[in-house]
Design a protein around this ligand. Structure first.
Ligand code: DI6
Ligand code: FE
Length: 392
């Protein structure tokens, strides 16, 4: 929508100084930006000439943001799902050369055009639920050519679908099967090349016993900073390696997963303003029993985002609404926190100040929902109440 006024709606603006829910409200849009929002009766005169639409009391929220996905990848890993049901652990499968490396083989074999084709149905599922901005990571290439192909595929998606894509170079995801000095000889040169081609919005790493050490992650982050790129991290998913605190020292946009985060990690994130991205799909899929320290994050005022982590291994999930439901049921978020997690805090996890809230000057990325109460978005399981998605 370029311009017009949405009338007769309930607005969950997700903005400071605005009520959690404003009934009988209006939103004026001009040039693809939100020009005004407030009680319908107070709509300023100049907006009255714009085309208007009555929404019959429907709920309007900011357009949803999925701030952590691996939607670009080849293959599938249903066989590993079956193996885990028989008792083999995720870490064991990884050590046996399955796991991430199995997807690396499939992704290397796919080629850029096929990677796009495979990702589109997953992206479409997210769009149908109101996602307007999606983050997509590389990390299943682990060689120069395929890491760049993944990022090019991610960029192509934003040209083929009405969605904005933010890319993360996840150069440190797993050690490639061919061995060698991967970080020095492959990962860092690939990052420089991808950045030179305009393919990188942020740099990510998996800090874990089955992945990369804090020292290796430091080296990648130092290069990211030299290139002027923000960093984020997969940390404390399976064990506590101090990854979140390390990332916070580098001013990270976000630290993601965090089941094994300790008090020092929480404090470091609070000091740095690093967003905690909660990924309940991975927790659920791996039948993890230790939940992230939500109460400690909440008391320290660390913003909490919620994402699908859509990937073929630990979170084969393409529903952000389900992720909201799971963060409430499994992690103890309130329904308001879950909604903030897929809007304002998700925007912050991507370093985007122009979306995630309904406020004058921001992009008119909006979702109109057929619900009575914003809590319904997190409460239903497997039902999509989206009435319409509006993009700036
Ligand atoms: N943690 C995750 O949840 C994804 N990557 C990571 O570092 C899953 C990767 C996979 O199993 O394919
Ligand atoms: Fe992930």
């Amino acid at each position: 929508m370029d311009e017009g006024v949405l009338m007769g709606c309930a607005v969950a603006a997700m903005d400071d100084g605005q009520p959690a829910l404003l009934a009988d409200a209006a939103i004026a849009v001009l040039d693809g930006r939100i020009a005004w929002t407030g009680p319908r009766a107070e709509l300023p005169g100049p907006f009255a000439r714009l085309p208007r639409e009555d929404l019959g009391g429907r709920l309007v929220t900011p357009g949803l943001i999925d701030c952590h996905t691996h939607v670009v990848h080849g293959g599938q890993r249903a066989g590993e799902f079956a193996a885990r049901l028989q008792g083999t652990s995720y870490a064991e499968i990884a050590r046996q050369g399955g796991g991430i490396l199995s997807t690396v083989r499939a992704t290397r074999g796919a080629g850029e055009a096929r990677l796009v084709e495979l990702a589109l149905p997953r992206v479409d599922a997210l769009i149908r639920e109101g996602v307007c901005t999606i983050e997509i990571k590389s990390g299943y290439g682990l060689d120069h050519e395929t890491e760049l192909a993944m990022l090019r595929a991610a960029r192509a998606i934003s040209r083929l679908r009405p969605i904005e894509v933010r890319t993360s170079f996840l150069g440190l995801h797993a050690r490639p099967p061919e061995g060698g000095e991967y970080l020095r000889d492959v990962c860092l040169p690939a990052l420089r090349a991808a950045h030179a081609e305009g393919l990188v919005d942020a740099v990510d790493a998996f800090c874990e016993t089955i992945a990369f050490t804090p020292e290796e992650v430091e080296l990648l982050f130092a290069e990211a900073r030299a290139l002027g790129l923000p960093v984020k991290i997969h940390a404390e998913q399976l064990s506590n390696q101090g990854g979140a605190a390390l990332a916070a020292r580098h001013g990270a946009l976000s630290a993601d997963h965090l089941e094994y985060l300790d008090a020092a990690g929480v404090a470091a994130m609070a000091r740095a303003g690093t967003v905690a991205v909660l990924l309940p799909g991975a927790f659920y899929t791996l039948r993890e029993t230790q939940a992230p320290p939500v109460e400690a994050l909440r008391s320290a005022r660390v913003p909490m985002a919620v994402a699908t982590d859509c990937n073929p291994g630990s979170s084969p999930m393409t529903s952000l609404l389900l992720a909201m439901n799971m963060t409430c049921t499994l992690f103890g978020l309130t329904t308001e926190e879950a909604l903030a997690g897929v809007t304002r805090h998700a925007a912050r996890a991507l370093g985007l100040a122009d979306r995630g809230r309904i406020a004058p000057g921001l992009r008119a990325d909006l979702c109109i929902w057929d619900v009575e109460d914003p809590a319904e978005l997190a409460y239903r399981i497997g039902f999509n109440p989206l009435y319409r998605r509006i993009r700036a």
